[in-house]
Design a protein around this ligand. Sequence first.
Ligand code: MOS
Length: 751
Amino acid sequence: MMDEMQEQKSPVGNGKELPVRYDGKLKVLGKAKYAAEFAKEIEEQFKGKGMLYAYLVVSNIASGEIISMDTSAADHASGVVKILTPFNAPKLPMVAPQPPATRKLSLLQDRTVYYNGEPIGIVLAKSQVEAAHAASLIKVKYKVVPSKLNFDKRLGEARMPKGGNAPKAQKHGDEAAAWAKATTVVEHTYSTPLQTHNPMEPHATIAAWEADKLTVYDATQYISGDKQTLAKHFSLPLDSVHVIDPYVGGGFGSKGSTWSHVVLCALAAKVAGVPVKLVMERNQMFGPVGGRPKTVQTIKLGTDNTGKLVAIQHDVILPASVMEDFMEAAANQTTMLYQCDQISTSHKMVDMNIGVQTFQRAPGEAVGTAALESAMDELAIKLNMDPLQLRMLNYAEKDPGQQKEFSSKHLKDAYTQAAERFGWTKRNSTPGAMREGNKHIGYGMATATYPANRSAAMAVIRLQANGRMFIGSGTQDLGTGMYTMMAQTVMQELDVPWEMIDVKLGDSTLPKAPVSGGSQSTASVGPAVKEACNQLKLKLANMAAADPSSKLYGAMVNDIEVKGGMLVSKTDASKSEPLAASIARNKGAAIEETGSGEPSQEAQRALSTHSWGAVFAEVAVDDHTHMVEVRRVVATYDIGKLLNKKTGMSQLEGGIVWGIGTALTEETVLDNTTGRIVNNNLAEYHVPVNLDAGIIDVTVIDTPDTKFNPQGARGVGEIGITGVAGAIANAIFNATGKRVRDFPITPDKIM
Ligand code: MOS
């Protein structure tokens, strides 16, 4: 396999030759297999058992009770082996949701319907097509009860959030006194729509049982989360569940939680006594696996006569599934983005008969910055001040909400660099003043931000008998670059040529790593890999120093380094031996060490950790069609140290493309009568394509944040989407004089 991984090198990072993408060639050759593509491996492991295909049966009412499910026609349809419904499914223990990423599931344990599209059955057949056909023959009788829909008309019903994920309503200082000082005030309400993640790889699971041991291939951002959830539902010891997922075709938060279909697939495999494969159809991705809730955000900003903010209020109302609250904390960034002594935020929820919502790329900040950065633009206009100047004037040197120092913040440099590349000084601030033919041109800007997260992680490193270096961690690669990051860390720490490094991840038998969410994987797993390398180096040095036959006999362990495939004394280069000597010393067996990395709780308590960015957008708006063309997005980010240019930049750029979708096209349309999602397909759920993206010009400040982690790196997975929708909305105003506060900004709203 390794020779397939040979690929071009590019001279980036630390002056060393780093791999472009460890898994790049396998991806291009179609050899990096996703969860649904392991049928052959399952067949080999479970010889003679064959494989059944599962299809989810879903409800077609939004709220009520299932009276009966007539499966007689389906039972006799071609290829059908078994149909599970709430009337015959085995009972599962009711287990409490597991933090951080388990959602309330629909497991055929009762007959209540909470939303349209909810799993209410599973058909097992000899092929996927037969299973799907049989599902269409099932006749369901319901007792329909009035459903909670129509969010916009029920804002008055908003209540405080339940459960632990609710940010506390923040209030600082004497509110009335602060507002009394405000000489300029803007107050507006912004809204963002329900959105649905659409990774190219849909959710998919293969489950197989061998006595009381469960093997699962699953499209997931968290193999350990799957393992815990499955172990709990089937009352198994943790070690009896093996979750495998070496490659993930995108996740964006939708694969962060273990959803109903995973447990149902394992349940079906148990009942049938054969391996079962379940692949969700694209339309089933809209509902049972989460999405981003709609938000209605009212923002009030007050300044003194110099333009300094004296009071901020940001109140959010969002829908919650009747099954479980999920908080899209859209006001979070407002507590710390600009200096202000009086900041007040709140989040309230309206119950809805919709599927449980979940994390979607930059949950909170993606839509929170769309509103806040639009409001800042409106404030700048009212103050007759340049929008960039307004942000500089209100720059927060410390986190004003938590009253803490930032671990590192170079946002001013980001503003300056991006403004210069963009040519911000060429902007005419009068709306509609810049024209080209029948197009109005507009420039807009916004601030981007996302928290820097980090969790405990472990990694195992092994000098193998064949001389190759193995590095493993129970993390995931969503296409983000974990393979590459792990390989390059070993390469940098132990001077191993990257062709000699074998990386393994996405397997729950490897040492535990956190959910690949919250942009935390690199910041969490990187230090663990680094520490594993360090431990291995110490072990090899100790073994050599204690061996009278070694040239390094008696050397100080800390004086020995690994370099060029050798153990070498730093003080006396004549004292060295090849790594093969270590293997020989160990009687030909591999030498292994583990490393772990954990954020310092003291630092976490003392510091506020965030990434930052400045986003500038140029749009051209057609006079007649009102179509918006995003010509350029120029952005500079402060994300600490950029560990790998190729993979890091790719994430930032991808985030910006999604920001363009948030600004202009993306919306999951809920039918308020039936609770069905109208556009549950990629033809009608509009994501930007290449032609919609224009020029994307990204740079980074690249200053290490070593107070945050030893590599100085903060995550890059999510910040790219933030700020972009605000910058585009502001550019559209500059082009047309039309302020659209309801995202996405479709042409009809600009007319
Ligand atoms: Mo991300 S939305 O935390 O996978």
